[in-house]
Design a protein around this ligand. Structure first.
Ligand code: ADP
Length: 916
């Protein structure tokens, strides 16, 4: 109260002069408020600067009591009279015309007749007290926040942080509160976690990126934003606060500002006027400090976990020797080594290592222990089961620390995969080397020097292949060994290699023994970064065999081509629709064109419709199993005689058995055909000649009848007893005999004619009739009984009626001969020849049987052979049956023989002609 005493003193000094002078008893104090009171406490006068702040001013006239100037609660302190208030400290709240009341403290003392109440402003004092209360609350909260964050489990950290943010927000009435931390890269800021009051706008989301705007703020003190503060330069920051009032509190550590506590929609000076910046800073520190350290801890734990799992995955782990001479291993490592304990004596550890590597590891470990020599060693584990491939570990170790803290530390890394792969690779490499060395390929390198290529390397296969060494193969030496005819090729190869960068060619090289090898040379030019040639890498492949084989193939192809081209045979290829795709020269010439004009010509164009369909029909019978078919075909070439070709087809099929094309070889058989025809013809003529006796008889018979008739008529004429009826009768008889003779002669003429070119449809019965017209009389004349039961039946076959007749004649003549021969020995013998026919769905069979005793069974197989005869020389030709056999076969039929009870029985079987 010294200031009060001084003031009091000062007032006392002036008192004697001023005691009764009411107008200025107080003077003009420079601070506070001085009130001059009457004995009842009415305010007579006031002085001091604070009086201007009062809401109530002393009125003129009747003074107001002191209580009229006070807020209601203060009036209690001034009840009674000023006399009672002496020696008391009066704390009075005056009504002011500002928002806040005036907190004043004063003392009363007598002055003159009245009382002087001296008051000083204690608002600061009160404020300080309030502030310290708030600070305490703040510190308590900060301590709680910090404690909670520090002690919670890491998994609960986000929840606990949320709770703490909520507690702070509630305590200081903050609508939006968030912690912003640097993002992982340390480049920008990020909302770590935010709290929003239920009625507040959602300013921030957890994890939201804020960019670098906060960096522009002064990081040493809390920052205020909003209408009142108008920090225009911080528009980017204000965007973070959605341009509402905002408050940002930094937290720094030795790395500078590392966190911001952000309060949104918050006018801090109104909501928490008593909280100082220092309080805010310490609150932010209490939150961010532990939070950051817990987050660091979390990251550390995660990275430890990662490391641990990585170690397990890689089969790696640390080891460390301990003082007691034992060794400690990472738990995961101990587990992979199947150790029960992660701490074990060094010797036990060494026992895990393969005996082959164990001693070396032990000695290296000693060297590390004594001389500090760093240890790096690849060792195998000592597996008990033999079949398994060994596990390889790389062991590394070094000395760590000195003196007491000296330890040996290191790690073991499972390198089995690498090691095994290396071994596989080494084995593969060795095999490759072996292969290269033993293969017919030589790998070479030629160095490029001033435009020339010089041999620099040959693989080991050079020696076995050519027998030279690298030295012998200098550039000049190499050219020396190239075959003289191929040297130009070799020079061109080098030029092309340099020009185009790669080349592939072949030439001959001489080996040590002097033999030439055909080499396929493939080379590639390697260039440096500037594009300049450095060296050529190439490969020689010995293709001597292949080249010679190819040459042989070429030659044989040539031979084959010549064979096909120059063959007298007609060779062609055609598609199943008979379109020719190729024909050799003879065929083309035959077709009156060149081989080039052949493709596209229709082979069927030269065939009659029947031939063509027969031809196609034959092709349909070709199968992959039976791809070949041979037939005689006849062609009508324009303006040419009929041609006969013996034609052999070979079908070419695809995998599904589909006929793709036909390769055919043909031979012109026209001449053979013609001579065959001639043969048939001569055989026919021979038959006729043979039949001459029979025929003479045939004609003789009517002549005899006529002569008899004429003799009789002449006799009558001479006797003059000619009657007209008699004459007419005789002349008619003569006429019928003339007709009969003419018929025989006619038929002989027909029979003697050449056969038609084309086969005709006819009834085989007509051939039997024709035969009988020529032979019947003669046979009967010889006493042979003819039993004919084959005339007048209906059947149609395809062929030549005259030729069938010839066959029948042959058979009957042979039968007659056999019969007559038999009758020579047996005069009572009654010879007969029987001709009968039968037909079924497909065939007609004509039988010619006799009772001439048959054919010796041993000869049965031979009688169809040409020139086989049992008849005396000059009598038999041995051609009859063989020609007959050919004729029937040509008509698609078959001639066969067997012995019946009494003689031979021949059968002519012919296919019936179908409508098609
Ligand atoms: P050729 O009549 O000129 O001997 P063929 O070829 O006609 O020639 O007959 C061959 C042989 O077959 C005859 O020599 C004969 O021995 C025998 N032969 C043919 N037909 C008969 C037959 N009907 N009975 C007995 N032998 C026969």
């Amino acid at each position: 109260m010294t200031s009060g005493d001084n003031l009091f003193g000062r007032l006392l000094k002036r008192a004697p002069t001023a005691a009764h002078e009411l107008p200025d008893p107080l003077g003009a104090p420079s601070t506070g408020l001085h009130l001059y009171l009457d004995g009842a406490g009415g305010v007579l006068q006031m002085a001091g600067p604070l009086r201007h702040l009062l809401a109530q001013h002393p009125p003129h006239g009747q003074p107001l009591p002191l209580s009229a100037y006070l807020l209601a609660h203060s009036t209690l302190a001034v009840e009674g009279q000023p006399r009672d208030w002496q020696s008391q400290v009066l704390d009075l709240d005056f009504s002011s015309h500002g928002e806040q009341p005036l907190h004043l403290r004063g003392w009363v003392q007598p002055l003159g007749e009245g009382w002087l109440l001296q008051l000083i402003d204690i608002a600061d004092l009160l404020r300080e007290r309030q502030q310290s209360r708030h600070r305490e609350a703040c510190q308590a909260l900060a301590a709680q926040v910090s404690e909670r964050l520090r002690t919670c489990s890491l998994t609960r950290l986000p929840a606990v942080l949320g709770e703490q943010l909520q507690a702070i927000a509630q305590h200081w009435h903050i609508p939006c509160l968030a912690v912003a931390l640097l993002d992982e890269q340390g480049q920008g800021w990020q909302i770590h976690q935010a709290f929003h009051r239920h009625d507040a706008p959602q300013l921030w989301q957890d994890g939201q990126r804020l960019g670098t705007a906060l960096d522009s703020l002064n990081g040493t003190a809390p920052q205020r934003f909003g209408a009142h503060h108008g920090l225009q330069e911080h528009t980017r920051v204000q965007a973070i606060f959605a341009s509402a009032n905002g408050f940002a509190v930094p937290y720094s550590n030795d790395q500078g500002v590392v966190a911001w506590l952000l309060c949104g929609v918050y006018a801090v000076d109104q909501a928490a006027p008593l909280l100082t910046d220092r309080d805010w800073l310490s609150l932010a520190g209490a939150l961010a400090g532990p939070l950051l350290s817990r987050l660091r801890e979390q990251r550390h734990q995660q990275s430890m976990e990662r490391l641990e799992s990585l170690q397990t995955l890689l089969g790696t782990g640390w080891w460390e020797t301990s003082d007691a001479g034992g060794i400690a291993l990472a738990p995961s490592l101990a587990a992979t080594l199947h150790l029960n304990d992660a701490r074990l004596p060094v010797e036990d550890w060494l026992k895990q290592i393969h005996p082959a590597d164990r001693d070396e590891l032990r000695s290296r470990l000693h060297a590390l222990q004594r001389q500090g020599e760093a240890l790096t060693l690849c060792v195998r584990l000592h597996h008990t089961d033999a079949g398994q491939s060994p596990a390889w570990y790389r062991i590394q170790g070094q000395v760590s620390g000195t003196g007491e803290h000296r330890r040996l530390v290191g790690f073991m890394l499972d390198i089995s995969d690498i090691q095994n792969q290396q071994q596989l690779a080494a084995a593969a490499h060795a095999r490759l080397d072996n292969l290269i060395a033993s293969s017919p390929a030589v790998i070479y390198v030629q160095r490029y020097e001033e435009g020339a290529l010089h041999p620099a390397f040959f693989s080991a296969s050079l020696q076995p292949l050519l027998g030279w060494t690298l030295e012998e193969c200098s550039a000049a030496g190499l050219i020396e060994r190239v075959h003289p005819e191929d040297r130009e090729v070799y020079f061109e190869r080098s030029r092309q290699l340099l020009r185009e960068g790669s080349v592939r060619t072949r030439y001959r090289l001489r080996d040590r023994r002097g033999d030439y090898h055909w080499l396929l040379d493939e080379a590639r030019l390697l260039r440096n970064d500037l594009g300049l040639p450095v060296e050529a890498v190439g490969l020689w492949l010995d293709v001597t065999d292949a080249t010679l084989a190819a040459e042989q193939v070429r030659l044989s192809e040539e031979r084959y081509r010549i064979l096909v081209e120059d063959s007298p045979a007609m060779i062609c290829r055609y598609r199943p629709d008979l379109t020719l795709t190729f024909a050799n020269r003879p065929l083309a010439t035959y077709l009156e064109c060149t081989p080039e004009q052949v493709p596209g010509i229709d082979l069927g164009g030269w065939m009659s419709d029947e031939q063509r369909s027969a031809f196609v029909q034959r092709l349909t019978l070709l199968t992959p199993q039976q791809p070949v078919s041979t037939a005689e075909i006849s062609l009508q070439l324009p303006g040419r005689e009929h041609a006969w070709w013996v034609w052999s087809d070979r079908g070419v099929f695809d995998e599904s058995g589909q006929l793709l094309e036909i390769q055919a070889v043909g031979r012109d058989n026209t001449e053979v055909r013609r001579s065959q025809q001639q043969l048939t013809q001569s055989a026919k003529m021979a038959t006729l000649g043979e039949m001459a006796t029979g025929l003479a008889h045939e004609i003789n018979q009517p002549l005899n009848v006529m002569r008899m008739a004429i003799v009789n008529v002449l006799k009558r004429l001479n006797n003059g007893e000619v009657q007209l009826d008699y004459l007419i009768d005789k002349l008619n008889r003569i006429d019928s005999q003339v007709q009969r003779a003419a018929k025989v002669v006619d038929h002989m003429r027909v029979f003697g004619r050449r056969s038609e070119i084309e086969q005709q449809l006819f009834n085989p019965a007509s051939a039997i009739e024709g035969t009988l017209s020529l032979l019947a009389e003669g046979m009967r004349g010889k006493g042979v009984d003819l039993r004919i039961s084959a005339t007048g039946f209906e059947a149609r076959v395809c062929g030549y009626v005259d030729q069938l007749e010839q066959v029948l004649i042959n058979l009957m003549v042979n039968a007659r001969d056999a019969l007559l021969a038999r009758r020579v020995n047996d005069s009572a013998f009654k010879p007969w020849i029987s001709i009968y026919a039968e037909r079924d769905e497909e065939n007609v069979r004509l039988w010619v049987e006799d009772n001439g005793g048959g054919i010796d069974p041993r000869l049965l197989e031979r009688i169809f052979e040409p020139f086989f005869t049992t008849k005396p020389i000059g009598v038999g030709t041995g051609l009859g049956l063989s020609v007959s056999y050919g004729i029937i076969a040509n008509m698609g039929g078959h001639l066969s023989v067997c012995n019946s009870v009494e003689g031979a029985r021949f059968c002519i079987e012919l296919p019936l002609a179908t409508d098609a």
